[in-house]
Design a protein around this ligand. Sequence first.
Ligand SMILES: *Cc1c(COP(=O)(O)O)cnc(C)c1O
Length: 480
Amino acid sequence: MESDEFRKRGHGIVEWIARYYETVEQYPVKSRLAPGSVKNALPETAPAESESFDLFLRDFDEIIMPGITHWQSPNFFAYFPANSSPPSVLAEMLTSALGAQCMIWETSPAAAELEERMMEWLRDMTGLSPEFEGVIQDSASSATLVALITAREKVTQYRSNMEGLSGMGRMRVYASRQAHSSVEKGAGVSGIGRDNLVRIEVNDDYSIDTAALRKAMDTDISAGYIPCCVVATLGTTGTTAVDSLRAVGEICREKNIWLHVDGAMGGTALLLPEMRWMADGMEYVDSIVFNPHKWMFTNFDCSAYFVRDAAALIHTFEILPEYLKTRTRGMVNDYRDWGIPLGRRFRALKLWAVIRTYGVERLQAMIREHIRLAGMLAGLIEAEKNFFLMAPVPLTTVCFRYKPEGISEEDANRLNEQITHTLNDGGRIYLTHTKIDGIYILRMVTSQTNVSEKHVLQAWEMIKECASALSSKYGAVDIY
Ligand SMILES: *Cc1c(COP(=O)(O)O)cnc(C)c1O
């Protein structure tokens, strides 16, 4: 593609993006395509000869767009968000234009130093102690894996990387029953073993039961296991439960065990002084991850991983082949030593663009508003007959259920499942569910970049109407 055509196409695509953002609410939020339909619309073989870029754009509109779920729609209330924002998109264009591999300082000093500074900004914005050093990882899953491997190395005196795990004893990792699946994946991938992840019972608010944690650890120690790491969660995926870092941390300190905090979603709330109660006990924490690519308006991928003992992290991951030896070693951060991949994208640029464009105060205001909207929705649910709040709402996830009088638990499960599918198939909103102790729970997250009170109120009206319409099928009394 020649420069002139690139310029013309580039302007066109920016125009496309602007229009998309202006009209995103008009798309069905959840893609309605049947399995296989996109693949079947694509040629089985690659084109032998050059095609016009027009054809690519045409097929993007006709084949790809119908198969997209619109995560940037303010009516997206599903999962946790994957927020983008205009400054993030623009910076990402520059990153892809530069195409720099930011594996070591020398391969782009600006990328390494901007990343170092951005992690300091984020550390201070979230009130973390200056003892923490940060690095951008591709995902919270990777960051948690990195934490588990570092903890494993520490507990084996840095021998397991060299010698392998046989003969290292049977290590244990602890997390609550509500912890994210990435903890189990990490326990497996790190060689500790999924069977050696001990799932701890939770309290009524779904936070980790620390008495049970202590008991599980003591039982393991007397049986000859080696406790290696505890993963506490700030904002579990199901209900955004918040584990007590102080209570967990005291146990970890006493037994000299690595404490990693998975704050993938909830960590962003630490930008707000009024949410810093979640950080009580942070002095016990060895590492923490949160995702600006979820709730800080920075498009995927961008996970902020902070570690207190950066030397332990580097000791675990550094490897120095001849071709990567430099004259600046030790004077600068070579981030390939701070995680698993060698090659790294220049992800700090979009973070810089987002933080500067919004400013800390505007970011705080948006996050605070999202939390207010969740509280407002929770209040509406509590005030409504036959709707029940199923978990506390410390952040922006509202878990609830519709159960008209006189229907069984099983029928209520089926009814709520049907409500979810009916609403999502309708295309005007998208929400997802969780299941706790066999109970099907609707789950609505009010954290999309552009969500406003109007969107939440509209969604709530739709939910009530849908529930009422469907409940008649179950012989329940219509509440309207
Ligand atoms: C989303 C989430 C993860 C996984 O995040 P990725 O960045 O997609 O790997 C891990 N833990 C929690 C609590 C999450 O909400």
